[in-house]
Design a protein around this ligand. Structure first.
Ligand code: PRX
Length: 651
């Protein structure tokens, strides 16, 4: 019997769900679009405001007058909404975090209540203030997955500093670029992080980044949390957090912030240039992440929510540090890796804390699936209610394994499509209302108006395949690129006027379900992480042996996509295995391990270029994937013969 294509939630689930039927979804969706401002005005009641807003929405997607403002005139504080109000309203004893360390044999498990998280956040905020951090200053956070990472983000929000979190896997070079771009005044880091029994030299990486920046650095202090106790080198600007807390006040008031004051900057890769510092602001982001967290996961107060993402990515911002905390959720915070000490770790954690809502990436599902079912089934997963995925398209086989083996056929799966720029979920099944199809992100969230366009920008109706754009704004949308509104405009609002261009392709089926087909630009998605081809290429050409480089993504069974690099060498360089290894290592060093090209081919005869000098990536992709029969027309190439030579040299 073949597997079914449609998976409805069980009647039992529907009966108790927040949105319990397709009709209920349709009705709420219709209202959210027809009375968009009314809908979002009501949702603003989720937050506590210092001063009410006077205008719900002030938006123009018109490139000449591009502006996106929500809840204009309102004043509030994000940290107050995530922490103080829970304590003030008598929820201080509720567990905010079950902290699961990398290796529980060596480190302590911690259970942190909302009252404790608030006290710790205030302490951190006081220390930042004592160091001179002021409203509007940029604070770079480069931390392991420990509670202090969340306190750091909340502490910045509390005092109105704009935080910029950098994923702990990024290299000193990458950190330096982001510190420079944000003109950061302060850095918060830890001595070291732990992952899978290994230590990560976080402080040393910050030192190297600041050394690289030299005179360019505006960083006044580096605040260092003692985590492993490992050795670090010290400089005048460095401050130990545990020492600074001795003289710091235990109380620190919340700064009243304008609805549109920036909350954070988060760097993400695009098809060209250096990573963009996407800016999210205060009120709209808080409303949107809190609502999506509640509705998409059918969240209840007694749920134990576990989002396995790192706080260095948008998923960790929206669905660890903000949405769930604003809702007062109990969460698991996991420092380690899913395969340490063995491939059963994730399900061990689920069993231990009685996780009810689990949110992860397809790459992790595929990696664990490859290890066999025993690692899963030996743990009790009866607490699970809803399973979520994010970051890349999920292949139906992995979807079914997640559904049948992990969720015992009982848990709806929410395949959430969204982006760093969207702040929160955009397309997703609602677990009690939308019958799921494996691999489909299904239908738009409330207030979201997707459209499918053809290459000329014509709106396609009904069943269609093309480019995915969003026709109107929503509160969680990014407002700009830090200090570069022009780039924001050109990237998202110029090619298809009047809409937000997502950079993704999609298909809409006969039932109106959306299926994301992947990026249509030169962005590679490796294990759910965005990598710009241009970034990897620039890293490669920094090496003396490299004359030119071109990078493409190729399918990978676990990672979704992996990086395939073509390199032409400088005249005096010799193409051999040592150099190949050195170049791969070089990219790893320049950007970080996630950018390491899995394949690196020396393009001895050169790259396929048009007569005007444009590299034809289409051809490079076909060669890399071995689709030599469908390379297509090569007559526009300056030298069509390079193609055969590339095929011969394929890795
Ligand atoms: O291509 C889409 C893919 O990830 C991109 C966004 O990456 P990033 O900004 O790093 O955010 C990842 C976490 C929100 C999108 O343009 N993507 C994300 N979720 C899905 C997805 N592709 C298919 N299905 C998804 N559920």
């Amino acid at each position: 019997m073949s597997a079914p294509d449609l998976y409805p939630a069980s009647d039992a689930f529907r009966q108790n769900a927040r949105v319990g039927s397709r009709e209920a979804y349709d009705e709420m969706y219709r209202r959210s679009v027809e009375d968009n401002e009314g809908f979002w005005a009501e949702q603003a009641d989720r937050l506590d405001w210092i001063e009410p807003f006077d205008t719900v929405k002030d938006v123009s997607f018109d490139a000449d007058d591009l502006h996106i403002r929500w809840y204009v005139g309102g004043k509030l504080n994000a940290c107050y909404n995530a922490l103080d109000r829970h304590v003030e309203e008598g929820r201080g004893d509720r567990v905010a975090f079950y902290f699961e360390p990398d290796d529980p044999k060596k480190e302590e498990r911690r259970q942190i209540t909302y009252a404790e998280a608030l006290a710790e956040t205030q302490r951190m905020a006081s220390v930042l203030k004592d160091l001179g951090v002021q409203k509007g200053d940029r604070v770079t956070i480069y931390m392991p997955m420990i509670p202090e990472a969340v306190y750091a983000m909340q502490a910045c929000a509390r005092i109105g500093a704009i935080f910029s979190v950098i994923f702990g896997g990024f290299s000193p070079e990458a950190i330096a670029g982001r510190i420079r771009d944000a003109a950061s005044d302060f850095v918060i880091t830890a001595d070291q992080g732990r992952r899978g029994g290994k230590t990560i030299a976080l402080k040393a990486n910050v030192d190297a980044a600041l050394k690289r920046l030299g005179e360019d650095s505006e960083v006044r202090h580096v605040l260092v949390v003692r985590n492993t106790g490992g050795n670090v080198t010290w400089d005048d600007r460095d401050v130990w957090y545990h020492e600074a807390t001795r003289s710091a006040s235990g109380a620190c008031p919340c700064e009243p912030m304008d609805a549109e004051d920036p909350l954070f900057i988060l760097y993400t890769s695009g098809s060209t240039g250096t990573p963009k510092g996407v800016v999210h602001t205060t009120a709209g982001y808080c409303v949107y992440t809190s609502l999506t967290h509640e509705i998409t996961f059918d969240w209840r107060e007694d749920d134990v929510f576990w989002c396995s993402a790192d706080v260095g990515w948008i998923t960790g911002h929206s669905y660890i540090a903000f949405g769930p905390m604003i809702n007062g959720a109990t969460q698991v915070l996991f420092e380690g890796v899913p395969t340490f000490p063995d491939a059963g770790r994730v399900w061990d954690v689920v069993e231990q804390y009685g996780v009810t809502l689990f949110y992860t990436a397809p790459t992790l599902i595929r990696a664990l699936m490859a290890q066999g079912d025993d690692f899963v089934t030996r743990h009790d997963r009866s607490s699970l209610r809803v399973l979520g995925t994010v970051g890349e398209p999920i292949n139906p086989e992995a979807w079914r394994w997640y559904h049948e083996v992990v969720g015992e056929g009982r848990c709806p799966i929410v395949d959430t499509w969204w982006q760093t720029e969207t702040g929160g979920h955009m397309l997703t099944p609602l677990p009690g209302a939308i019958d799921q199809k494996p691999g489909a992100a299904t239908v738009p969230f409330f207030g979201i108006q997707p459209q499918v366009l053809d290459a000329e920008g014509k709106v396609l109706e009904g069943e269609a395949e093309g480019l995915l754009v969003i026709a109107d704004s929503w509160p969680g949308q990014a407002r700009t690129v830090y200090e570069n509104h022009e780039r924001f405009k050109n990237t998202y609002f110029t090619a298809y006027p009047g809409t937000y261009f997502t950079g993704d392709g999609c298909r809409r089926d006969a039932d109106g379900y959306y299926w994301i087909t992947g990026r249509v630009d030169d962005v590679i998605n490796v294990s759910g992480h965005r990598m710009g081809t241009a970034e990897v290429e620039s890293a490669l050409v920094l090496h003396d042996a490299v004359a030119e480089a071109a990078v493409v993504g190729v399918p990978h069974p676990i990672k979704g996509q992996t990086i395939y690099a073509y390199v032409t060498l400088a005249a005096d360089a010799t193409p051999n295995e040592d150099l190949r290894a050195e170049l791969r290592q070089h990219v790893r060093k320049v950007i970080g391990p996630i950018a390491t090209p899995e394949f690196l081919q020396f393009a001895i005869a050169g790259l396929p270029k048009t007569r005007s000098g444009k590299i034809m990536r289409r051809i490079l992709r076909k060669v890399a994937t071995g689709e030599h029969d469908s390379i297509g027309d090569t007559s526009t190439l300056a030298d069509p013969e390079v193609v055969d030579k590339l095929i011969t040299g394929r890795r």
